[in-house]
Design a protein around this ligand. Sequence first.
Ligand SMILES: *[C@@H]1O[C@H](CO)[C@@H](O)[C@H](O)[C@H]1NC(C)=O
Ligand SMILES: *[C@@H]1O[C@H](CO)[C@@H](O)[C@H](O)[C@H]1NC(C)=O
Ligand SMILES: *[C@@H]1O[C@H](CO)[C@@H](O)[C@H](O)[C@H]1NC(C)=O
Ligand SMILES: *[C@@H]1O[C@H](CO)[C@@H](O)[C@H](O)[C@H]1NC(C)=O
Ligand SMILES: *[C@@H]1O[C@H](CO)[C@@H](O)[C@H](O)[C@H]1NC(C)=O
Ligand SMILES: *[C@@H]1O[C@H](CO)[C@@H](O)[C@H](O)[C@H]1NC(C)=O
Ligand SMILES: *[C@@H]1O[C@H](CO)[C@@H](O)[C@H](O)[C@H]1NC(C)=O
Ligand SMILES: *[C@@H]1O[C@H](CO)[C@@H](O)[C@H](O)[C@H]1NC(C)=O
Ligand SMILES: *[C@@H]1O[C@H](CO)[C@@H](O)[C@H](O)[C@H]1NC(C)=O
Ligand SMILES: *[C@@H]1O[C@H](CO)[C@@H](O)[C@H](O)[C@H]1NC(C)=O
Ligand SMILES: *[C@@H]1O[C@H](CO)[C@@H](O)[C@H](O)[C@H]1NC(C)=O
Ligand SMILES: *[C@@H]1O[C@H](CO)[C@@H](O)[C@H](O)[C@H]1NC(C)=O
Length: 388
Amino acid sequence: MKTASLLASLTSSIALASAARLPVLPPGGLNVNGTPPVYHPLSDFDFQSFNLALNQEWIELDLFRFGRERFSDEDFHNAGLTDDDINLIGFMAQQEVAHGQLFTNMIGPDRAAKPCKYQYPFDNVRDFFEFSQRVTRFGEAGTLGFLEHLNSRDGAQMILQTITTESRQQMAFRQLEGLHPMPVDFQTGITQSMHWTLLAPYITECPAENPRIEWMNFPGLNITNAPNATEFFDPSNNTSTNDTSSSSGNSTSSGNNTTLDTTPAITHDRSEPLTSPGREILLSWELPGKTVGYNNSYTTNTTAGPGKFVAWISQLNTTYTPLTDVNGTTGKTVQPDLGTTFGLNNTSTVVNSTMFVLITDANVTVTPANMTMLDPHVVAGPAIYTVG
Ligand SMILES: *[C@@H]1O[C@H](CO)[C@@H](O)[C@H](O)[C@H]1NC(C)=O
Ligand SMILES: *[C@@H]1O[C@H](CO)[C@@H](O)[C@H](O)[C@H]1NC(C)=O
Ligand SMILES: *[C@@H]1O[C@H](CO)[C@@H](O)[C@H](O)[C@H]1NC(C)=O
Ligand SMILES: *[C@@H]1O[C@H](CO)[C@@H](O)[C@H](O)[C@H]1NC(C)=O
Ligand SMILES: *[C@@H]1O[C@H](CO)[C@@H](O)[C@H](O)[C@H]1NC(C)=O
Ligand SMILES: *[C@@H]1O[C@H](CO)[C@@H](O)[C@H](O)[C@H]1NC(C)=O
Ligand SMILES: *[C@@H]1O[C@H](CO)[C@@H](O)[C@H](O)[C@H]1NC(C)=O
Ligand SMILES: *[C@@H]1O[C@H](CO)[C@@H](O)[C@H](O)[C@H]1NC(C)=O
Ligand SMILES: *[C@@H]1O[C@H](CO)[C@@H](O)[C@H](O)[C@H]1NC(C)=O
Ligand SMILES: *[C@@H]1O[C@H](CO)[C@@H](O)[C@H](O)[C@H]1NC(C)=O
Ligand SMILES: *[C@@H]1O[C@H](CO)[C@@H](O)[C@H](O)[C@H]1NC(C)=O
Ligand SMILES: *[C@@H]1O[C@H](CO)[C@@H](O)[C@H](O)[C@H]1NC(C)=O
């Protein structure tokens, strides 16, 4: 309700100011002439983007609350957290209440989706963080992917101010997990269908009146040898022990080696990433026609031909590696080395943090603002691959 009145007061104050004009105002710009903003979807594309985003808000609210309640304070302490850290998780759940309210107000309470029932693949604190950093990452990436394409620029403004907070949540989960908070120069965007493909498996049941989510569900993709920070964490002594970063997959025990540390922290330099270029990646994907999402009401599908490439979406880049050793619905590829962004002299390589990995039938050139051109070529995926 707070948000509703905020929107109303913003609208009226801007309408009142419509006659006023600054003496200095460069020509151009959109919606700077005092026209009252309209914080609602202006097209089906907008509605379905908002609808997807609201479903994302509801799972985050449920997930943060569930994690906070599921584990005892002692469980959190054993994972290296303080009471302040634990309270942060509760605070993030409250932020989701506000985000859900914002989208409900913009969509209108009659059409806005209600919270659903969910299933989560974790039963310890570290895996809760790992799952949460993935969920907040695909929520963030899905939103960054559609903002620019909305008809409602005013709605986009509200969503931008929402996703900025969610990006901070994502970073906080990385910190709770002991990963480098943001080892990239640019955060990645993906399409709504990629987002919905990643989200759908975790929603089990929704109220019948919830509006259908009208985006594609692509066939699922698994990276069968994907590492995650939890595997590098040894709770018995609160130290990360394993280094599988070499391309051979060789493990070396490292005791107190901070370059490998994944204990909770504002940051670890972690100059040894979880994975490195040249690493062989084992892939396994599903055929279309599988029932996914809530109430058994969605089916995976694709318009692509046979898989030939593996797409790696990261930062401002989408690159491809060949899909090799294809046998039915399994295959291999190799983690690419794209150097640093713009070839600059820094330690932030393009392939770092979260990669969105897909099987495609073509290596079409796409950049962040025309990512939807990739959708027709998706055979399966995305899968999330955490480089570091
Ligand atoms: C991360 O690795 C741990 C340990 O192997 C596993 O239990 C967990 O399911 C993994 N998390 C994800 C999201 O894959
Ligand atoms: C470290 O690697 C060894 C050998 O691969 C494995 O047995 C052990 O469970 C790993 N430890 C952790 C904490 O992941
Ligand atoms: C692991 O490292 C050892 C010693 O460097 C090497 O002999 C062995 O071949 C490596 N194993 C794999 C699977 O690459
Ligand atoms: C932590 O435990 C691992 C194996 O469980 C061991 O290799 C390592 O030395 C220990 N580290 C410390 C600091 O005790
Ligand atoms: C490992 O680091 C911890 C905390 O920094 C320190 O107390 C401990 O002595 C170190 N252990 C070794 C073996 O260096
Ligand atoms: C930490 O581990 C990395 C990778 O195995 C190694 O290059 C580095 O020398 C180690 N540092 C220390 C202090 O042991
Ligand atoms: C990822 O970025 C971190 C921080 O800049 C860096 O230490 C690490 O080596 C990078 N990883 C890769 C695979 O480039
Ligand atoms: C992918 O992994 C999930 C969860 O582990 C599993 O249920 C599913 O069968 C796997 N699918 C493929 C194609 O490997
Ligand atoms: C996939 O979409 C095509 C074209 O819309 C349709 O003909 C086909 O039946 C769909 N397949 C599945 C499994 O839903
Ligand atoms: C392909 O997969 C099947 C079933 O998993 C297996 O029996 C067969 O050996 C594989 N073929 C090759 C060439 O690896
Ligand atoms: C994208 O990747 C290419 C290498 O494939 C690299 O040359 C270029 O600098 C990258 N662009 C950005 C913006 O990171
Ligand atoms: C690149 O960065 C390193 C480390 O900051 C610095 O030592 C080196 O001089 C830089 N090289 C160039 C060409 O700027």
